[in-house]
Design a protein around this ligand. Sequence first.
Ligand code: DGL
Length: 266
Amino acid sequence: MNKQPIGIFDSGVGGLSVMREIIKLLPYEDLIYYADSANCPYGTRPPEEIRVLAVKVAAFLLEQGAKALVVACNTASTAAVAHLRQRWPGVPIVGMVPAVKPAAAMTQTGVIGVLATEATGRAPVLLDIIDRFATDTKVLIVAPPGLVERIEAGQISHPETTALLRQYLDPMLAEGADALVLGCTHFPFLRPTLQKIAGERLSLIDSGEAVARQTRRLLEQAQLLNPQTLPGQITFYTSTDPIQLAPVIARLLGYTSIPLVLQNCG
Ligand code: DGL
């Protein structure tokens, strides 16, 4: 069982920002990545619908022999991770939440921003974290429409993407925000653009590394770490046209090309 791959999924290419952290921390693990880009964005859907999509993808990854699952998507995690754990109690499943806690701990001005999807922005889980860890902090939550789609199209530094970000960041900066939580896994790919807009005034915080550490912890506990000492293999699947998506994935990961297999989960 420990030689089986780790299954990682997202509504699209965003989860690759988590996957690259997992590769750094667990280089000998084989990985299967599923980009549900035909159904992206998840963030504009109601939670029940997100849950149905997440179950289908999780079931597919487990059919491929995944020994553990990483829900590399804040939106799917907030809507579905509890349900997935209930459905597959024997499988280590890592979920994620926006990194509000470290942002609230580091802010000097007492104002932080959260850049998320619409669904995550109104999720009870997020509001609960804010209640628990950011009581004395002003938390500005924004969900720019169409931003996830732009990243799916590979337009991470397109002038229109920059203009959209500026529209949401400028008011936040004017209110004194000094930390920005990247509460959607698509957004770490915007780091250079965000930094260009905000300069050094704004610390950008995402949960990718924490998710990789939690993945390692759960595999260790379950004695599921892969004993091989060769670099792990990655297999990519998507529900959308692989010809269009493969170059975007390759560019985001800094690879020259990737083989991508079309697999509809129904
Ligand atoms: N990457 C996803 C997240 O972390 C969501 C993108 C979407 O709306 O599908 O929230």
